[in-house]
Ligand binder design. Sequence first.
Ligand SMILES: [Zn+2]
Ligand SMILES: [Zn+2]
Ligand SMILES: [Zn+2]
Length: 362
Amino acid sequence: MSDTPEITREIRINPIVPTESVLVATARGMRPKKAEERVERDTRAVVETCPFCRGNEDRTPPSIRSYPENADWDIRIVPNLYPVLGDDRSQTNIAFGLQQVIDGYGRHEVVIDNPNHGIALHEMDRHHLANLFMVYQQRMADLYESDPRLKYVLVFKNFGAAAGASIPHTHSQLIATPVVPENVQNEVHHSREYHRKYAQCVFCSLIDEALTYEATIYDRESGQIRHKVNVGQYVVERGERFIAIKPFASRFEWEIHILPLRHQADFLRASREDLEDFAQVLRRTMARLDKVVGGVQYNFFLHSVPHGSEFGDCQPSYHWHLEICPRTSIPTGFELGSGLFVSTVSPEQAAKALRDAQIDDD
Ligand SMILES: [Zn+2]
Ligand SMILES: [Zn+2]
Ligand SMILES: [Zn+2]
């Protein structure tokens, strides 16, 4: 490939949810976005006034669980002080998209990721990260078991003010609902359709493609090379059991998905060994992001097969994954109005920059 980055201007269809598309426009003058303001990360380990720091446990509702169950906890789960959902008696309502407004029955909990106030994900110890995802697993299983009405437990993290984090201390959240969030519903629906047609999992197909795909597209008139797809050009990081991929069409310039290499629909079935490898791939991916984008604010979302009888046939078609969505720019009126996201960095260039980043090896 030549050193001058190719200018791309094309509409790409999300292969998993074909109703979603993104405009990849890397040419100068095609930048309808405002860069997100860089905010210095608060790297202090302890903040006296912070309700999530050790020693301030009395400033949050009592713990649901802590690991270990003593004052030197590493991870702690507490109810959200301002839940978007509550128990049966509460009157809150939650809307997912235009059509689905459900009564606010559910659970909303906060997971305090780490006792260290300002630690970033890539700075966390690998075993700690594996433990964190085990804690998610256990809590998700408990919530599903506690009430058959709960169909989905969404685990997500907002890191940085631009990503919606209201408390700077590193934390993530669990929201258990009787409906499946619209974007997961879309993935479930389209991957089921894909499986019906092709008898394979669309996520597995994408992984295969990311690892083996190679193509040259020629211009029909001039016969010149218009586009080259190289082996592994969407791969950001890989471990023994997991792979981090830059999606071919994604809403956010630096969006990355981490998936198990072997087909698995339900995150709850991931083993300890799986999560150790996952943790390493996640750490290294976040370190790459930090090197390339720097002090990045992001959201991550854990997508796993929903529970409930209507999803019983999704085991072969759905494939759990973590979506990491860095907030590096502010959506414009065009994006919000058209629903067409604009990417000013081509996914191929983004993946290459991330792959080429030098990170400390451990
Ligand atoms: Zn704190
Ligand atoms: Zn699969
Ligand atoms: Zn997803």
